[in-house]
Design a protein around this ligand. Sequence first.
Ligand code: C2E
Ligand code: CA
Ligand code: CA
Ligand code: CA
Length: 254
Amino acid sequence: MIRELTKATEHMHDFHLVFQPQYKLDIHAITGVEALIRWNHPKRGWISPDQFIPVAESSGLIGRIGTWVIRQATRQFAVWRQAGITLRISVNVSPEQLKDEGFTASVEAVLQESGMDTAYLTLELTEGAALYQSPGAVDRLLRLRELGCSLAIDDFGTGYSSLKYLLDIPVQYVKLDRFFIQNLCRNSRAEAIIRSMIRLGKQLEFQVIAEGVESEETVEMLKVVGCHEIQGYWFSPPVEAREIPKMIAKLSVS
Ligand code: C2E
Ligand code: CA
Ligand code: CA
Ligand code: CA
């Protein structure tokens, strides 16, 4: 895998991004999309990011992939903008990428090259020890925040450092892991946790995004507890970029 991935990242031709809408319940609108990478291997076919991202992280290839993802996302932003659609784009940032001293500078360079307004870029961070293994990592995030990018904690509640992240990093979004969301209808403790996250969000000024929302029943519960935004198969799976304007057009007529 490392050999194949090294080869593939030399040109990046076999990779592309798909986009999953984030839907705001109270205004019935798509407010953003999450960019998710896809690898179409010429012989093996589709390989899931769950398989190759960990390999990229442990082999040092994640930096190259991560920069490519941000560049592609900014280009897509420009294409949509040309078409009159302005959407927040979230990209996944591995804690491994933040170990690199040059990370902030490379994001800055990509943003400058694209002319994208930094306010529309959100960096989604998964919890992981790596963030604290590099002394400058938190400062790099703060610098990106200063530049205007938003920060999100991804998969909130599944790692061990969630609350520590909230202490150290001024985030604008917390994405509640689908594990909580899918228990919402069955487990009153899950409901209590989600409610208190929303309350905490009011005090710490972050929005809560529910991940992995698959059913109508869950959507109804999320409305009751006052969750801001949802992402999941119920609204839409990740789709090709060209599908997003169609979805927005459909929403505006209904
Ligand atoms: P993630 O960031 O938590 O992304 C959400 C994953 O959940 C995506 O899987 C998405 O397709 C899937 N999903 C969305 N809605 C639902 C739902 O309703 N139910 C269920 N069961 N799943 C849903 P995907 O695209 O296979 O990505 C898997 C993981 O790979 C991502 O998890 C993220 O950690 C990582 N990843 C993907 N793209 C990138 C990238 O560009 N860079 C980095 N560093 N990691 C990435
Ligand atoms: Ca994510
Ligand atoms: Ca997630
Ligand atoms: Ca995940």
